[in-house]
Each structure stands twice: as structure tokens, then as C-alpha cells.
Design a protein around this ligand. Structure first.
Ligand SMILES: Nc1nc2c(c(=O)[nH]1)N(C=O)[C@@H](CNc1ccc(C(=O)N[C@@H](CCC(=O)O)C(=O)O)cc1)CN2
Ligand SMILES: Nc1ncnc2c1ncn2[C@@H]1O[C@H](COP(=O)(O)OP(=O)(O)OP(=O)(O)O)[C@@H](O)[C@H]1O
Length: 206
């Protein structure tokens, strides 16, 4: 499928178009393309070296990173985002293992019960595999429009290299845009994985 050729004048049409395109993918294509993206990411050194890794549970046709957990290395631990109960549009990250119990959040996305002793501060994760609607080669990320990932990882702005956690977008390759306008609150991705491969973005050192 072709990449997005031009950025429309505002973010909204591009967000809606790509969300619709994503949701319209036949389930067999979602599975096939997601499996390819998983294959590209799991062989990367930055992924194999990561111990504490956040994934997400896909909704409405999002690329599916769940197989990364089922094919994990023995020392790797996985986490899922949970909307902060303080309604401050930030994410908490809660351990995801065989015992995790789920509930639906206000966006109807399943999330683990926020058990405090199973949660890990965002800055102590090694890698965060992020959902996205569009991304570009500079690492600019467009999400669902809640600003959750940008607020949660705003601390990365003041870090020196090497940065932790690595933010790695996970998507279908048709979600790669030519150029997205970066807004002042946007926290760039360090990398992205799609069915077409793994891409180092920005200036991250791997
Ligand atoms: N699978 C998944 N989990 C995720 C995210 C995500 O993008 N995908 N998030 C990424 O941040 C967070 C949740 N953020 C979200 C923000 C907006 C909408 C959403 O559906 N927005 C509606 C309109 C919102 C409304 O109902 O008022 C829309 O886009 O139509 C969903 C999730 C945490 N978990
Ligand atoms: N660090 C921040 N502090 C305050 N407001 C922020 C911050 N980051 C983002 N926002 C606000 O969040 C809103 C949504 O931002 P944006 O459209 O970039 O979200 P998104 O990255 O697409 O969403 P998500 O991360 O939830 O998938 C913007 O109106 C922005 O003002």
C-alpha cells in the first residue's frame, strides 16, 4: 500500500483517514502485517536488550504487538498502559503476566487493574512500544489525540543521550507519512517498526 503523500492542512483529516483505513483492513491482513512487524522488532538489539517493555492492546484495527510477549526472552517483563486515576491524561504502566485481570477504560480499551505493586514508573521502563495513527522519518508521532504519551514522556525532553525508555512506534507501513508537523508538546519516537522493517528515527543511539 502507498505511504501518505501529503499532509493535509490540519491534523484531523489525516487522523480520520488513517484511522478509517486501519479499521477497514481485513482481520487476516491485520494479523499478517502485525506478524511481520513483530518479526522485525524482536530481532533488534535494542529490543533484545530491553528488560522492562511496555506494549499495548490493539483496538479498532491497530497493529497488534502482542506476539512480542508470547515470544519473549526469559528475563523480559511486559507492561500495559493504564489511564491514570487522577484524570491528568497520563499513563501508568502495569505488569502484564498470566495472572493480570482486565477491565475496560473510558475509551473501551481493556487495561489491567491498576495494582500499585505491579506498576512501574514510566522512566524505569527500557522500551515503550507505542500505538500510533501516523509517524514520519523524523520520529514525529500522531496518536489518537489525547496527548497521553506526550504528557507521560515529557520528562524525556530534558534527558541527555542515551535516553530511556526508548519509544518505538508500532504500525502498518501505510501509516508512515511524508512529513508531520511537530508540535511543541510532541515527544519524538526513537524508532518505529512496521511490516516494512525497523527504522531508527531522530538521533537515538542503539
Ligand atoms: N490500544 C491503544 N491503547 C491506548 C492508546 C491507544 O492509542 N491505543 N492510547 C493512546 O494515547 C491511550 C488511550 N488514549 C486514547 C485517546 C483517545 C481515544 C479515542 O477513541 N478517541 C475518540 C474520541 C474520544 C472521545 O470519546 O471523546 C476518537 O478518536 O474518535 C482512545 C484512546 C492508552 N491506551
Ligand atoms: N506535556 C503536555 N502538557 C500539556 N498538554 C499537553 C502535553 N502534551 C500534549 N498535550 C495536549 O494534548 C493534546 C493532544 O495532543 P496530540 O494531538 O499531540 O495527541 P496524540 O499524541 O495524538 O495522542 P496520544 O498520545 O494520546 O495517542 C493537545 O491539545 C496538547 O495541548
Amino acid at each position: 500500500m502507498p505511504t501518505v503523500p501529503h499532509l493535509p492542512p490540519t491534523k484531523l483529516p489525516l487522523r480520520r483517514t488513517l484511522q478509517q483505513q486501519r479499521a477497514a483492513l481485513p482481520p487476516s491482513e491485520q494479523v499478517r502485517l502485525s506478524r511481520q512487524a513483530v518479526r522485525h522488532l524482536k530481532t533488534q538489539r535494542c529490543f533484545r536488550n530491553a528488560r522492562h517493555i511496555a506494549l499495548y492492546l490493539p483496538v479498532r484495527g491497530e497493529a497488534d504487538p502482542r506476539k512480542l510477549r508470547y515470544q519473549a526472552l526469559p528475563r523480559q517483563q511486559f507492561y500495559l498502559p493504564v489511564l491514570s486515576p487522577f484524570r491528568d491524561s497520563r499513563l501508568w504502566f502495569v505488569r502484564w503476566d498470566a495472572k493480570t485481570r482486565f477491565r475496560l477504560n473510558r475509551f473501551r480499551i481493556p487495561e489491567p487493574y491498576p495494582v500499585y505493586r505491579h506498576s512501574r514508573p514510566a522512566r524505569w521502563l527500557d522500551m515503550v512500544v507505542t500505538p500510533l495513527v501516523a509517524f514520519d522519518a523524523n520520529g514525529t508521532r500522531m496518536g489518537m489525540g489525547g496527548g497521553f504519551y506526550d504528557r507521560t514522556f515529557a520528562f524525556k525532553r530534558t534527558q541527555r543521550q542515551p535516553q530511556r525508555p526508548r519509544l518505538c512506534g508500532f504500525a502498518y507501513h501505510f501509516q508512515k507519512a511524508e512529513h508531520l508537523c511537530r508540535q511543541r508538546w510532541d515527544i519524538p519516537l526513537d524508532a518505529a517498526t512496521s511490516d516494512a522493517g525497523f527504522f531508527h528515527l531522530g538521533t537515538g543511539i542503539y
